[in-house]
Structure formats: structure tokens, C-alpha cells
Design a protein around this ligand. Structure first.
Ligand SMILES: [Ca+2]
Length: 243
């Protein structure tokens, strides 16, 4: 902690299985290539420092159009804001066991993109401006997803597989049949149904939010983003803040 690294990329090259990097407050204008793999039970974790909001911002970055590129497995991303990328906020390629939670993605072309053999456990609000959840190949056989809340600024292209099969926000039932996944997931067209004040980046759940008590206890953190014990009320909430 006394000698923090200057770049997230430096961490991405030096962390080994079981390591966690806590990313301090700041705007990081860098594309991060995750070069090391974790193991089952010893993930490599890229997490926001508690109560901080690190931003991985593509403005001015020329070496890549993707925020994070992951082609290693057993990686966790938590609490990161990723914005202003011409392609993907997060690009996952030939990798499995990638956990993405409490990340905010905006002002990108694709939210989270997958090449073959990607697995994701849970996504809350994977909302890019163009495609929300994208698979590069035609196969989704390794996708496992449930208890997700889908929102996309372009409602016609919420989920796209192989640039051919497209699912709008209103076609979740079609996606469920197609993928065999996301039985408990749902969609929203309006973020004000979910968050207290998303236009001011306040992602606490609103009083009558659709996400309250709709999460799963499976692999749920014991505390929310602010350290409040989970669950509260009738069950676990979706998203970063328990209510
Ligand atoms: Ca709750």
C-alpha cells in the first residue's frame, strides 16, 4: 500500500493466482490487457478500493479500442467504471470463469463482448449504447447466466450472438429458450425503475425498485458495496447496493 503502482496494466502483468489489486480513486486512460490467469478458488481480482470509484476511460487512448481485454481465466472485476471506448468495455476471448460484478459501463459501442468459451456468472445492468451482451461466435454453449437484469440504450440489440441472432429487450423469453439460461433474469427499459438517481450516478436502488429482493444467494457477497450486510428484507437484491 505504501508504494502503489501507477497503472492497472502493471498490475495485470504482475499479479498471480490468488492476488487482489485494489484500484484507487482516479481516471485511468489506459487499455488493460490481462496477461495472467488465476486458478479455481484463487481468482485474480481487480477491484475498486473500498468506497472508491476508479474509472477506466478510453478518451485519448490510441493503442486499443477496448477497455479491458481478458484472455485468461479465473478473473474477477468488481466496482469498476468503464467508459468512452470505441469498441468493447470488456472483451473476453478464449477464457472462462470470468466474474464481473458492480461494474458500470457507459459510452461504449459494446458493453461486454465474448469470443468462444466464455462463461460469466452474473451481470447486473450490462448496458452499452449499442449491444448490451455480445457473443462473437455463433456458439453460446459455455454461457451460464441467471439473475441478470438487462438494460440497453438500444432496446433492439440487447443481446447479439455471432452478429446474426439478435434479441431485443422485449425478447427475453426467446433468449431464455435459445440459451437455456437466464430463467430468473428480467429486463427494464427505464433505469428509473431501478436506481435512485442514475443520471447523477447514484446507483442505490429506488424505494420501489424492480431489483429489490430479486437476486440469488448463490455466490452473493456477504456485504454490499458500502459494507451493509446482505441480505436485507426478503432477500438479496440485484446490483451493488442492498436495501
Ligand atoms: Ca433485499
Amino acid at each position: 500500500m505504501d508504494e502503489p503502482w501507477l497503472t492497472i496494466q502493471h498490475a495485470a502483468q504482475n499479479l498471480v493466482a490468488g492476488d487482489t489489486v485494489l484500484i484507487r480513486e482516479g481516471t485511468y486512460h489506459e487499455s488493460v490487457y490481462i496477461a495472467q490467469s488465476g486458478n479455481k478458488g484463487t481468482y485474480i481480482v481487480f477491484s475498486a478500493y473500498p468506497n472508491k470509484n476508479p474509472v477506466i476511460d478510453g478518451n485519448g487512448v490510441t493503442e486499443s479500442q477496448n477497455g479491458l481485454i481478458i484472455n485468461q481465466s479465473y478473473i474477477t472485476l468488481s466496482g469498476l467504471e468503464i467508459c468512452n471506448w470505441e469498441e468493447n468495455a470488456i472483451w473476453v476471448e478464449q477464457a472462462g470463469y470470468i466474474e464481473i460484478s458492480d461494474c458500470e459501463i457507459h459510452d461504449v459501442c459494446y458493453g461486454i463482448g465474448f469470443a468462444l468459451k466464455a462463461i460469466i456468472n452474473s451481470i447486473a445492468n450490462a448496458g452499452g449504447d449499442n449491444i448490451g451482451l455480445a457473443f462473437e461466435q455463433m456458439s453460446i454453449e459455455n454461457y451460464r447466466g441467471d439473475y441478470n437484469l438487462f438494460h440497453n440504450n438500444n432496446p433492439d440489440r440487447a443481446i447479439v450472438v455471432g452478429y446474426e441472432d439478435e434479441f431485443s429487450l422485449d425478447q427475453l423469453d426467446r433468449w431464455q429458450t435459445y440459451s437455456g439460461q437466464d430463467d430468473h433474469s428480467f429486463v427494464t427499459h427505464t433505469l428509473s425503475d431501478i436506481f435512485a438517481n442514475h443520471t447523477q450516478s447514484d446507483f442505490h436502488l429506488s424505494e420501489d425498485s424492480l431489483a429489490v429482493d430479486q437476486g440469488t444467494e448463490f455466490d452473493a457477497p456477504a456485504e454490499d458495496y458500502e459494507g451493509k450486510p446482505r441480505p436485507q428484507g426478503k432477500g438479496y437484491d440485484m446490483g451493488a447496493y442492498e436495501k
